[in-house]
Design a binder for this molecule. Sequence first.
Ligand SMILES: [Zn+2]
Length: 392
Amino acid sequence: MCWERVIGQHHAKDILIAAIRRGCVAHAYCIWGPDGVGKDALAIEFARVLNCSTPVVRDNCIEACDHCKDCLQISMLQHPNVQLIFSLPAASKSGSNDDESPILRLTDDQISQIQEQLLLKARNPYHDISIPHATQIRIAAIRDVRRTLQLSPPVGHGWRVVIISEADAMTLEAANAFLKTLEEPHARTTLILTTSRPDKLPPTVLSRCQRIHCGYLDEESIAMALVQREQVPLERARILAALAQGSYARALKLSLAADEDVLTDTAIHFLRLVLKQGRFRTELLTMIEQQLNVYDRMQVILLLRMILTWFHDAYRLSLHGSSAEPYLVFRHGNLRQALARFVERFSPHSYDTAIAAVESAITAIENNAQIPLTLVTLAIRLRRCMLPQSSL
Ligand SMILES: [Zn+2]
């Protein structure tokens, strides 16, 4: 496997590898795609390969040796040729002006927060840099880049790589200054914008960049990465991957914050209540009032994703029987037995409609719909498609 530090994204890797091998690295790239799928990780790996002293060439791949000083320095985000630009808080010090380097304008506390975030990003290129009140990339940061490019050529044999992470956070002035930088090509220099919202970038900037798309990651790749990189047990990794919706960064956050055992129990309890014969509303409303009222919107969405994962598993199992086993998320212990009982009880013809109902409840909650009403509506829709008419 090539560029192993980057999960999946084979198409994007192929484009960058071909550019290096053919000696036609573009002056500027825009790596775009959903949050948490590895856009920055890809840009950093590209910088490593471009600067590695002893790159390894085999088959159709060229990759960083992972041992030389350049590789190690870039992994630590401390290489003179590689600059990572991201949103910084507005200046806190009085008397600062726009021409000053953005770092000089920050307080000591802000600087230590930034250093801490950079350290986390260096340890894990999927880390989402988060600094309080940092929402914009301002003109001073881009002027700094421009000055550096004008004053000094890349160090050694390597390439200067400037990565503007979440580039859509550039202010209009910053984007205009960046445009000027794009118009002045520098030798052995590539500028990389990463963004999940390319439509927010000025078309004049976008049109000067080679665009590279990074798509959602598949669940298996996310689960394996959690196991190998974070030592998450496989069983748990599969559940987190199913909840992460194609984003490794989201899976990482869930691995730290989510209690998926409680979520699974709650999801199964919800389905039991909703799909029981006869009256259900009083018990469901009690559950919503007593158990779910402590959930915020994000937790309700996670709960619904857990229910969705359950239906996907039930669908796979009912269609393919035991050959579905390797693809099941709930394939262990009590959950596996509960899944088998569920599939025996309900008709497989109802799963399509049930999945659509859960998906539409998730969309409603994401769009700020009222939570109890959405859950009761979902319950009614699930009962209609899953239970025989006589038991409603
Ligand atoms: Zn190296």
